[in-house]
Design a protein around this ligand. Structure first.
Ligand code: AMP
Length: 401
């Protein structure tokens, strides 16, 4: 069953055409609404091609993507009618969506209602959905939310200790993100452990450019490190993660040039391991610099792993034990030193890494990197959000018949 997965950003649109989990073609339309826009397209088994197009808005980008997918030169389809459904990644579903939904006018309205919570992403996600509806009328569209998996958190985990009416009136609470990834790898962990998902206590560490950690109990999310927005939690590539909120006023009082907009920008784009190291937001660069003796690069790495370790410890306490710790995403899958440091000294609670196995994980492989005697398994599991979105889309569109 052919499913098109769309991840629509403010000036980009990523796509993947999947057939029962296999990628047929994928690509990205870049610089939508800007000059020099183009589409980078790749058929599986072929080199990628870059095609220059004018892409004034998302509708044109979708039309061009479909033209490429059905075209003689780089195409893989005879007609776009072969696509049975389209799955869309949507950032913020607020409290309205605890699962994936077939797109209806009511669902579109509800995604629109969540724009204040996801002001950068939700409008772009909607633009992708509306463009597909226009270009592919009659083909089911499914919305898959980054926040949905976390909707099972209990109030003590999702509430902030600010006046209650801020929650009631403005929806101020923890929502959590990367939910599709946390769910995907937690379910895979249950398969690898050969135990029922709904009997396990799993800590999933999605460590990439954006990073978040989740506590998953009996198949449901119990807590997660990101908050009302994806700025909270562990330090990230360019995001600060948790800081004392009083720092914001203190900085504004200290430097009259700093506006609240500047600070928001700095906390999102100039902080994290980039801000600490002054070198890069990319862990490959940081590891290389630290190797050469760059102390601030080493400090950034240490801070990142220490923060992960604190969350793992906290979530083991929240869950009342832990059966598996899972590492995934760009850093989690590819940086042995971060994995090792994130579980350092946790033998007292039954988490013991096999340092030899840890450095031998083949790229893209699932692997158990814990010592035989470790009470909890430490697993590396590559995430695949597109596959998870395709699976959700298939499940929902199959039920339509
Ligand atoms: P993601 O957001 O999951 O694509 O992860 C992106 C981040 O993963 C990059 O910024 C890098 O810091 C990190 N990363 C990706 N590949 C590697 C690698 N081979 N070794 C170390 N870090 C990596």
């Amino acid at each position: 069953m052919l499913i098109l997965v769309i991840n629509s950003g403010s000036s980009s649109l990523k796509y993947q055409l999947m057939d029962d989990g296999n990628i047929i073609a994928k690509g990205i339309a870049e610089r939508i609404g800007l000059r020099s826009s183009f589409i980078k397209h790749q058929r599986t088994g072929h080199d990628s091609v870059i095609i220059d197009y004018e892409l004034p808005e998302h509708g044109t980008a979708i039309r061009k993507v479909l033209a490429i997918l059905t075209g003689a030169e780089h195409g893989v389809l005879k007609s776009m009618d072969e696509i049975r459904a389209v799955g869309h990644r949507v950032l913020h579903g607020g409290e309205k969506f605890a699962g994936s939904y077939l797109v209806t006018p009511e669902v579109i309205e509800a995604i629109r209602d969540c724009i204040p919570l996801g002001p950068l992403h939700n409008p772009a996600n909607l633009a992708g959905i509306e463009a597909c509806q226009k270009v592919m009328p009659g083909i089911p569209q499914v919305a898959v939310f980054d926040t949905a998996f976390h909707q099972t958190m209990p109030p003590e985990a999702y509430m902030y200790a600010v006046p209650y009416e801020y929650y009631r009136n403005y929806g101020v609470r923890r929502y959590g993100f990367h939910g599709t990834s946390h769910k995907f790898v937690a379910e895979r962990a249950a398969v690898l452990l050969n135990r029922p998902f709904d009997e396990l206590k799993i800590i999933t560490c999605h460590l990439g450019n954006g990073s978040s950690i989740a506590a998953v109990k009996n198949g449901k999310c119990y807590d997660t490190s990101m908050g009302m927005t994806p700025l909270a939690g562990v330090p990230m590539g360019t995001r600060s993660g948790d800081i004392d909120p009083a720092i914001i006023k203190y900085l504004m009082d200290s430097d009259p040039e700093l506006t609240i907009e500047n600070i928001d920008f700095i906390l999102n784009k100039k902080s994290g391991v980039l801000g600490i190291s002054g070198v890069s937001s990319d862990f490959r660069d940081l590891c290389a610099e630290a190797e050469k003796g760059n102390e601030r690069a080493q400090l950034a790495l240490n801070m990142f792993s220490y923060s992960c370790r604190k969350y793992i410890g906290a979530y083991a306490a929240a869950l009342g034990g832990v059966d598996a710790v899972v590492f995934t995403a760009g850093i989690g899958e590819n940086t042995p030193s971060v994995r090792s440091q994130s579980v350092r000294n946790l033998a007292f609670m039954g988490i013991e890494i096999d340092e030899k196995k840890n450095v031998e994980v083949p790229r893209g492989a699932e692997m158990d990197i814990s010592l035989e005697r470790s009470a909890a398994r430490i697993l590396v599991i590559p995430t695949n959000e597109e596959l998870a979105i395709a699976n959700e889309t298939r499940r929902i569109s199959e039920n339509l018949k």
